[in-house]
Design a binder for this molecule. Structure first.
Ligand code: NAP
Length: 256
């Protein structure tokens, strides 16, 4: 019998899906992935999926106890900081160990023209007064209702259609990554984009736009990650597997 038998993975990322598959393939464990339900067309998972919020910290703690979860894995998107905070608090409350799987942020390299900002409001301000041709590569939540200035042209790409299309000079498109650099270059060229607004999500699936912007000499207004609470953390699916199979007690206690 493996050490952790019932594992709940807070998902919504490629890593969560891959980790679920790897754990399920070992057999003997019951793995569930939890999704927020932000997209209607859910990518198939190799394990059972539950969808929707838990009802805050107390709700998640109660869920862990009721379902007999003995390991909670926070593999949410790096910008889903509320869920990550709830995971830490609920794990303490329920006495269930927590592992966070957090992919590293992208690092600036030679040729990148990044303007790094802290949040969406700063990103909006960084666009300035002159009219630009902007590629908004953000989540629907960051696009809806944020009052993007009308003086710019926007190419708006999201997984789910934007219901509230209040930008006049805009092209709206839906697409789901991964996005290759060559395709991103073609897209930016076709719309004569001169600025990309993106979140520093890290990972390969979204890096194509960053590489394409570098190649084209285009500015990227890059929104930095929200602060996340301390938790035992790994950066890759492989490292998560190693942690789960051989968790060193000292590492868990130090919260690294
Ligand atoms: P959030 O602000 O951290 O979470 C808000 C609430 O949604 C949580 O308190 C929780 O509700 C519920 N929730 C979030 N993730 C969940 C999960 N895996 N399973 C069950 N419930 C979950 O996260 P968000 O509103 O989803 O997204 C914030 C940012 O992350 C946005 O920028 C979004 O574009 C980005 N993002 C999120 C996902 C995703 O799958 N969530 C994927 C890609 C990008 P309760 O308090 O009721 O438990």
């Amino acid at each position: 019998m493996p050490r952790f038998h019932r594992i709940l993975i807070l998902g919504g990322t490629t890593e969560a899906r891959l980790l679920a598959g790897r754990l399920a393939a070992q057999g003997e464990r019951e793995i569930t992935v939890s999704l927020a339900g932000r997209v209607r067309d859910i990518v198939p998972h190799p394990v059972p999926v539950r969808v929707g919020g838990f009802g805050g910290i107390d709700g998640l703690a109660a869920h862990l106890a009721t379902e007999g979860v003995d390991l909670l894995i926070d593999a949410t998107h790096p910008f889903a900081d509320q869920m990550s905070r709830h995971a830490v608090a609920a794990s303490t409350q329920a006495g269930v160990p927590l592992l966070a799987l957090r992919r590293p942020a992208w690092i600036r390299i030679e040729g990148d023209r990044w303007t790094e900002v802290d949040d969406i409001h700063q990103a909006k301000a960084a666009l300035g007064d002159a009219g630009r041709r902007v590629f908004l590569a953000l989540g629907r939540q960051e696009i809806d209702g944020f009052g993007w200035a009308a003086r710019h042209f926007y190419l708006v790409r999201s997984i789910e259609p934007i219901a509230d299309r209040r930008l006049d000079d805009a092209v709206y498109m839906t697409a789901r990554g991964p996005f290759r650099e060559t395709d991103e270059r073609a897209l930016m060229g076709a719309h004569r984009i001169d600025t990309v607004v993106a979140r520093n999500s890290g990972g390969d699936a979204g890096y194509g736009k960053i590489a394409a912007a570098r190649a084209l000499g285009i500015e990227v207004i890059l929104i930095g990650r929200p602060a996340l609470p301390e938790a035992p953390t790994v950066a890759t699916v492989d490292a998560a597997m190693a942690w789960i199979d051989h968790r060193p007690a000292s590492t868990a206690a130090r919260g690294v």
